[in-house]
Design a protein around this ligand. Structure first.
Ligand code: KG4
Ligand code: ZN
Length: 359
């Protein structure tokens, strides 16, 4: 059985999961904090870490109970230790370390982005043979990787400004849609015309890098008009309340389309350079139905095997942390020292095909 208990708390979700050695998810509990951050239109780090503190122990208890596994049957503990909000990471990783220390179990310090990348293998899906590309599109990350194994992950492209999820969340706010932005934008876009507003494509020195900030500015001016005056005197002529429902749907569909087009464009460039046989994808934005459809079509056209997580394992969850730790154990990894710190940034580095120790 060899069950791992994992905890994830990098942003505004307190999550715990139990995953066995065959990568079957025995339980996956996610306590979200949407209602706590809704009035601010985004995640407030201090509120998030305090909420993690209240939720982490009940969430662990529930994950064990739902898995039907006692604490004695857990063989190792894992936690997302980076990247993320430092206060939030500290709560989950400290709880996981305490569990491991008290029971004398190995502790696996997991990189959240690497865990997103391999979430599609949960349930026991086999890693396709041959060269693979990886794509993580979430609220905090938009990155492309060359993937040779769980520890061999080389960054080949990333956003130079906003992540796709972040840009979609901000676009949703501009359109007057409630938090969380991404899923609400997807719903609002359904009746819209994606060709209503055209966006210029960013040209960057590294052709595999992304840029989403221009997309936001274009949408802002479209919704509120070009501002008059400078600095503190700058004023917009209107706000989103002037939008008709049909126009709001058109703009939502157009901005979603532009973001997807950029992702497909970077994938196509990476395909030309690396000739992959497989594509591993993950991150909250991948739970979007249009994104899933377009990725599937892109892969089909090129005969590339697509490894995509179920929607529940695209967004933040602890099963992907446990699953990634299981993959590492299967490759002979015995765990990390309890002194490994929580850190705000990922270690997945450009050009290097090996992650640092404890990725
Ligand atoms: O992976 P995730 O849960 O957290 C991070 O690691 O960032 O991703 C969250 C992001 C948010 O920006 C959220 O708006 C976006 O994923 N997202 C979506 C959808 N569901 C979540 N974006 C577009 N369509 C969705 N259905
Ligand atoms: Zn994430």
């Amino acid at each position: 059985m060899g069950c791992i208990l994992a905890i994830e708390s990098s942003c505004d979700e307190t999550a715990a999961a139990v995953v066995d050695a065959a990568l079957s998810v025995r339980s996956s509990v996610v306590a979200s904090q949407y209602e706590l951050h809704a009035e601010y239109g985004g995640v407030v780090p201090e509120i998030a870490s305090r909420a993690h503190l209240e939720r982490v122990l009940p969430v662990i208890d529930r994950a064990l109970a739902e898995a039907g596994v006692s604490a004695d049957e857990i063989v190792a503990v894992a936690a997302g230790v980076r990247p993320g909000l430092i206060g939030s990471l500290l709560v989950g990783s400290s709880a996981a370390k305490a569990f491991a220390w008290a029971r004398g179990l190995p502790f696996h310090a997991v990189d959240h982005v690497a865990a997103h990348l391999f979430a599609g293998l949960l349930g026991g899906v086999a890693m396709p043979a041959g060269r693979a590309l990886g794509l993580v599109v979430s609220g905090g990350h938009t990155s492309l990787f060359r993937v040779e194994g769980p520890r061999e992950i080389a960054l080949i492209g990333r956003t130079i400004d906003d992540a796709v999820g972040e840009a979609l969340d901000k676009s949703a706010t501009m359109l007057g849609l409630p938090h969380p932005g991404g899923p609400n934008l997807e719903r609002a876009a359904l009746p819209g015309d994606p060709s209503a507003l055209r966006f210029t494509k960013p040209v960057l020195p590294n052709p595999l890098d992304f840029s989403l900030s221009g997309l936001k500015t274009k949408l802002l001016y479209e919704v509120r008009g070009v501002p008059t005056g400078r600095g503190e005197r700058s004023r917009f002529e209107r706000d989103h309340t002037a939008l008709s429902p049909a126009r709001r749907a058109d703009l939502a569909a157009s901005v979603q389309r532009a973001a997807i087009e950029q992702v497909l464009d970077r994938l196509s460039r990476a395909y030309e350079l690396h000739a992959p046989r497989a594509l591993l994808v993950g991150g909250g934005v991948v739970s979007n139905r249009s994104v899933q459809r377009e990725l599937a079509a892109w892969c089909l056209e090129r005969d590339v095997a697509l490894v995509v997580p179920e929607p529940a394992y695209c967004v933040d969850n602890a099963a992907m942390i446990a699953g990634y730790a299981q993959l590492r154990r299967a490759h002979g990894d015995l765990g990390d020292d309890l002194s490994v710190p929580a850190e705000p940034v990922s270690h997945l580095a450009r050009g290097s095909s090996r992650t640092r120790r404890s990725a």
